[in-house]
Design a protein around this ligand. Structure first.
Ligand code: GUN
Length: 294
């Protein structure tokens, strides 16, 4: 079997077009322009790039974006105070604190300072807690995990009752995507770098989400024939033939696994483009929710 390739770029573009149409409607009907604040602490180059991409994509769909930059030695109090100022600004419907924060800062404290209604990244401890509880729903779910579920939905994969295996347990992807799969009634297994006999655990999956950050760890013989494979890994591999000196590869050995799976995401062009699309969607949702308030 050769897998069908899941075109995350096209699906993300479709979502972005839907968001752009929603932004036009919201302004036409209620005079509200959705606004997103990005908060970047320090000068981590990857974070700078991500924040720039988020701001550019906001511009493409008509979302107003405000970039807040704080020095790498900013204190806990300074960062939290800046976040609270953004909480109080009615023109801003979403606040995103780019992670990771410099190591002297308490991430949980900073994320807790975000107004729950504006937590479009879904990382506020209360939103994560609601995500983890049966019968409760977060106001927003984190963008990359939501993007994984959206990809499955848009290619028509039923999740309920399936064996889902998540490889990785990070706060940003592994844990929240697991909770989302559980909410959709998957039979869930979470495994990670310390799990014994990983290949046999992964081989149970009807739906495999690889988010472990190890280059091409998942081999062809780890995958059940016909499985749906979602590769969240973004790993840099030296490649002198490329202008920038490296190329990006996932956590899945694509060429091997595509011969076994029924569907597979490429890297790049799979899950990656979905992250910002889902952030834009959450920001539009946050702005729409303000309409019904007194
Ligand atoms: N760092 C890596 N991924 C993310 C994300 O989705 N949101 C934020 N805020 N920081 C990140």
């Amino acid at each position: 079997m050769t897998a069908q390739i899941i075109d995350g770029t096209a699906i993300a573009q479709a979502i972005q077009d839907e968001v752009a149409a929603g932004v036009v409607e919201l302004e036409r009907d209620y005079g509200i322009v959705p606004g997103l604040a990005t908060v970047l602490v320090g000068d981590n180059p990857a974070s700078q790039t991500y924040v720039r991409m988020k701001q550019r994509r906001c511009g493409e769909v008509g979302i107003h974006s405000v970039g807040v930059e704080l020095p790498k030695d900013a204190s806990q109090e300074q960062v939290e105070a800046r976040v609270r100022e953004l909480d109080a600004d009615p023109a801003l419907h979403g606040i995103l604190v780019q992670l990771p924060l410099p190591s002297h800062l308490d991430e949980s404290g900073v994320l807790s300072a975000i107004d729950l209604q504006k937590d479009v990244d879904g990382f506020h401890p209360i939103n994560i807690g609601r995500l983890a509880m049966k019968g409760r729903d977060p106001l927003f779910a984190p963008a990359t995990p939501s993007g994984v579920i959206e990809l499955l939905d848009r290619i028509g994969i039923e999740i309920s009752g399936k064996e889902a295996v998540v490889l990785g347990r990070s706060n940003i992807v592994g844990l929240p995507v697991s909770m989302l799969l559980l909410k959709r009634n998957a039979t869930l297994t979470i495994c990670h770098s310390r799990s014994r006999d990983l290949a046999n655990i992964v081989r149970r999956a009807d739906i495999l989400v690889a988010a472990v950050g190890r280059t091409e760890m998942v081999r062809g013989d780890w995958v059940k024939p016909g499985a749906v494979v979602i590769d969240v890994g973004i790993n840099q591999v030296d490649d002198p033939t490329r202008k920038r000196g490296y190329r990006l590869v996932g956590d899945v050995a694509f060429d091997e696994v595509k011969e076994v799976a029924s569907w597979i995401t490429p890297v790049p062009g799979g899950v990656g483009p979905m992250t910002i699309a889902m952030l834009l969607k959450n920001t539009l949702t946050a702005a729409k929710r303000t309409v019904h308030k007194p």
